[in-house]
Design a protein around this ligand. Structure first.
Ligand SMILES: Nc1nc2c(ncn2[C@@H]2O[C@H](COP(=O)(O)OP(=O)(O)O)[C@@H](O)[C@H]2O)c(=O)[nH]1
Ligand SMILES: [Mg+2]
Length: 333
């Protein structure tokens, strides 16, 4: 019964759109079919690089425990089941020879796993690097020797690998971070961009694979006292959305953190929140195979709640995320 109620809600929203009946039913069909789709993302990197913090920032708090090393006995990959989204949190290298061998083996196995349809299970691998660390040797080893050789062809590898440098705020030991505005000053920005370039180069030289690394900060929370919101989290989310299979992108939206604070502070190279919104709308229009004019109409529901916040943050990843999650939540239950 509850399912019927939820469906009614969805139908109502779609029905109110000023689009053809045919397009309405196409969209509803596409969204309902998504119930049978699951997106799988692997998140890996050295212990302490900020995997748990990143997961919590992206998808809402209380998902992963921060500052916890996985059980050294089992060393299992941690699995987080969200709404049709599965996160595989796996320790990278640097925990000692024996542990490293086990971690590598687990990662290789997971990367080669296939779902019941025979497709590769992992849609996207996010490798997180600790931006405050001078020695990224084990991270390069993880990327170049463990992950990339198990991502398939060059093309497949480039499509499925996202490298992100975390802890941008403490990359220069806390210096050159503008705490007032929660962003790096010019010196730190330059330093981080050089780091991005050098990571890109090291991967390219070793494997021939071209990645487009970004830097960000997952932020931190300590006992509810000392707090710092993330920086460039929308940029990270934009890359995640863009690199995910088109038909599954909307699932990510259904799981985004609805705390507006986390999406506020980003570099100005792009309006990432707006870009995410466009990507999502485009994915619905494309996957449902509706007319081109439909995008604008969908945009009108996606945009509405954004205005409530007073235009501080636009698009889905602003205030609208709550509304969109509401709509999508009615699909994914
Ligand atoms: N300053 C700062 N600290 C961070 C950031 N991300 C994570 N941390 C801290 O780094 C430590 C390890 O983070 P955690 O998420 O548990 O790393 P994991 O082992 O990879 O899951 C924790 O104390 C976090 O609060 C960040 O962007 N900036
Ligand atoms: Mg962790």
């Amino acid at each position: 019964m509850s399912n019927n109620v939820k469906n009614d809600e969805l139908y109502q929203i779609i029905n109110n759109l000023k689009i053809s009946e045919e397009d309405k039913s196409k969209i509803i069909q596409y969204l309902l079919n998504l119930r049978n789709q699951v997106i799988n993302i692997m998140i890996t990197g050295a212990t302490g690089c900020g995997k748990s913090s990143t997961i919590n920032a992206l998808f809402g708090t209380e998902v992963a425990k921060v500052g916890c090393t996985p059980d050294p006995e089992t060393m299992e990959i941690e699995k987080y089941n969200l709404k049709n989204l599965v996160l595989w949190d796996s320790p990278g290298l640097g925990d000692g020879k024996e542990a490293d061998t086990r971690h590598a083996k687990n990662i290789v196995k997971k990367l080669n796993e296939r779902d019941s349809n025979g497709n590769l299970l992992i849609d996207l691998v996010l490798v997180i690097l600790d931006g405050s660390s001078r020695d990224l040797g084990t991270s390069y080893q993880l990327i170049n020797e463990v992950i990339i050789p198990n991502l398939g062809t060059k093309q497949e590898a480039e499509k499925r690998l996202l490298v992100a440098i975390n802890q941008a705020d403490v990359a220069m030991k806390g210096k050159h971070w503008d705490f007032q505005n929660n962003r790096p000053d010019e010196t730190l920005d330059k330093f981080l961009n050089e780091k991005v370039a050098s990571v890109k180069l090291r991967i390219k030289e070793s494997t021939g694979i071209s990645v487009d690394p970004i830097y960000y900060s997952a932020g931190y929370k300590e006992n509810g006292e000392d707090q710092q919101p993330p920086y460039n989290l929308s940029k990270l989310m934009y890359y995640i959305v863009k690199m995910s299979p088109k038909e599954k992108r909307i699932i990510i939206a259904a799981n985004m953190n609805d705390d507006v604070e986390v999406w506020k502070d980003n570099d100005k190279l792009k309006d990432y929140n707006r870009e995410i919104r466009s990507e999502l709308i485009e994915s619905i229009v494309d996957c449902a195979e509706t007319g081109a004019d439909v995008g604008k109409e969908i945009g009108s529901i996606f945009g509405k709640a954004g205005e409530v916040v007073g235009g501080v943050v636009g698009g889905v990843v602003g205030g609208a995320v709550g509304l969109v999650k509401g709509i999508l939540g009615s699909i994914f239950g």
